[in-house]
Ligand binder design. Structure first.
Ligand SMILES: *Cc1c(COP(=O)(O)O)cnc(C)c1O
Length: 488
């Protein structure tokens, strides 16, 4: 979808009478002074000592800080796997409307029926889009969704007397969170090889099928941007051996409305609402990773779940087989809210168009770059593709890192580098559907130009930024978080 088309679409969708026009209202308690609400012994006796700063200095401080952030609103951000798509501003407007923003998580169900209705409908949509039957909105990230689903699987196996199922099989192209979640949930993570095409190696998979099998975690399309064409055979095999299939749904942006994990055999999946359904993210949060599961796993989902009784909604805590809570309250409601707005705005046809255009944009970039950059796994992709700087490194001493550092000079966020691990010198590029042809062309032109630049020049990039090549481990372990006013 180009900019013109997406503007028209949004304009069309925002007309009154479209399905998105009605958002449920909430009863907001009146605001009262804090001293009315808190017992006197919990109130501070004196005001805190805060630095005295003029308003203008404060404004400058925050404005300057904000311009140092690389973000999707300022720059193209082709960070593979992370789906950095445009976050529509209307969602922010809706999310900050007082009826929603002023709710307190401990309010009685009767006083927040609007929000409960919204969360209930979100549960329904997520089930429908995944082709599965029950959902928990609680997990606050994709990784936490994985962990929650594996707890659910463990509870299920315990319940049916198959506690010996302790193995989780994971393709070697998977995101690192998959084996980490398996280990945290008390399973043994076992790596399954990819074949030469970058898909699950069926022969290797078959070697690990026995009654110790608990879960097969698969990302589809996988992190190479390829659809696992043998998915039906794979899920049939796993089920034949009594295992469950978990779908890492981080790449749902490629298949919305086109195919559903439940239809190709997944028993559980997570969504990354912040990726697929436009929650603003970056810098590690905020996220929302709800999971959907098949009917037989529903009793084990975390509590509470929003249920509907007649025209009322309430939180159901009475779920005796539940694994319990995995996060405070109901999950990251702010992000769920934005995802809900996105789904309601676009509707089924709009969501399908999102995926079709995400795939189109990625293939366009791939086609423009494949003569200059090695693309090890074919010349077609889903919503993203992985290029390799292996030959460039060998022949010209230009690594993937050098290319990314140089991209910063042109105002681009770097693609994901050195992931997935199965591709040496990987550059994982995901343009998303919200970018115009002009942006994609400018990015491709830049990458083609960089490829021709001398190695010595690239090895010193970036040339235009105040910080060029920090010691990344040190920067992460010893961050400088104190504000120091500019000197001189
Ligand atoms: C992002 C991602 C995850 C983890 O999701 P978070 O929300 O970052 O915890 C898992 N798998 C894949 C393939 C991802 O891209």
């Amino acid at each position: 979808m180009n900019n013109q088309q997406s503007t028209e679409l949004l304009f069309e969708l925002s007309k009154p009478g479209r399905r998105c026009h009605r958002l449920p209202a909430c009863d907001v308690p009146e605001t009262r002074p804090v001293s009315d609400l808190l017992p006197a012994n919990h109130l501070a006796a004196t005001s805190p000592s805060l630095p005295e700063v003029a308003e203008i200095d404060l404004i400058r401080h925050f404005n300057n800080l904000s311009t140092r952030n690389m973000c999707i609103d300022t720059n193209f951000y082709p960070l593979g796997s992370c789906t950095m798509k445009y976050n529509p501003k209307r969602h922010e407007r809706w999310a900050t409307s007082p009826g929603f923003a002023n709710l307190h998580p401990l309010q009685e169900d009767d006083t927040c029926q609007g929000m409960l209705e919204l969360l209930y409908e979100m549960q329904q949509y997520l089930c429908e889009i995944s082709g599965l039957h029950a959902v928990s909105l609680q997990p606050a990230a994709g990784a936490q969704g994985e962990l929650t689903a594996l707890f659910v699987a463990a509870a299920y196996f315990r319940d049916i007397g198959q506690n010996q199922r302790k193995r989780v099989l994971i393709p070697d192209s998977a995101h690192g969170t998959n084996p980490a979640s398996a280990a945290l949930a008390g399973f043994e993570a076992i790596k399954i090889k990819s074949d030469t095409q970058g898909l699950v190696d069926l022969e290797d998979l078959k070697k690990h099928l026995d009654d110790r099998l608990a879960v097969f975690m698969i990302t589809n399309p996988n992190t190479l941007g390829l659809f696992e064409r043998q998915i039906q055979t794979i899920t049939d095999l796993i089920h034949a051996y009594g295992g469950l299939v978990y779908l890492d749904g981080a790449n749902m942006n490629a298949i919305l409305g086109i195919t559903r994990p439940g239809d190709f055999g997944a028993d559980m999946q997570h969504y990354n609402v912040h990726k697929t359904f436009t929650g603003p993210h970056g810098g590690g949060g905020p996220g929302s990773g709800p999971i959907t599961v098949r009917q037989h796993l529903a009793p084990y989902l975390p509590t509470p779940i929003v249920v509907r009784e007649g025209d009322r909604y309430r939180l159901d805590y009475n779920r005796p087989k539940s694994i319990g809570r995995v996060r405070s309250f109901f999950g990251n409601v702010g992000i769920l809210f934005r995802g809900y707005c996105y789904i309601r705005t676009l509707g089924p046809d709009g969501l399908k168009a999102v995926s079709e255009n995400a795939v189109l944009n990625a293939n366009y970039l791939l086609a423009r770059l494949k003569h200059a950059y090695e693309i090890p796994h074919g010349d077609r992709c889903m919503h993203e593709f992985v290029a390799s700087a292996r030959l460039l490194r060998r022949e010209k001493k230009i690594s993937a890192m050098e290319i990314c550092k140089r991209l910063l000079d042109f105002g681009y966020h770097a693609p994901t580098v050195y992931f997935p691990l199965v591709v040496p010198e990987a550059l994982m590029i995901e343009p998303t559907e919200t970018e115009s042809k002009e942006t994609l062309d400018a990015f491709a032109d830049t990458l083609l130009k960089i490829r021709e630049e001398p190695a010595e020049f690239l090895q010193k990039a970036p040339h235009t930024l105040s910080i060029s090549r920090p010691d990344e481990v040190k920067a992460a372990k010893e961050p400088i978080l104190r504000w120091k006013p500019a000197v001189g």
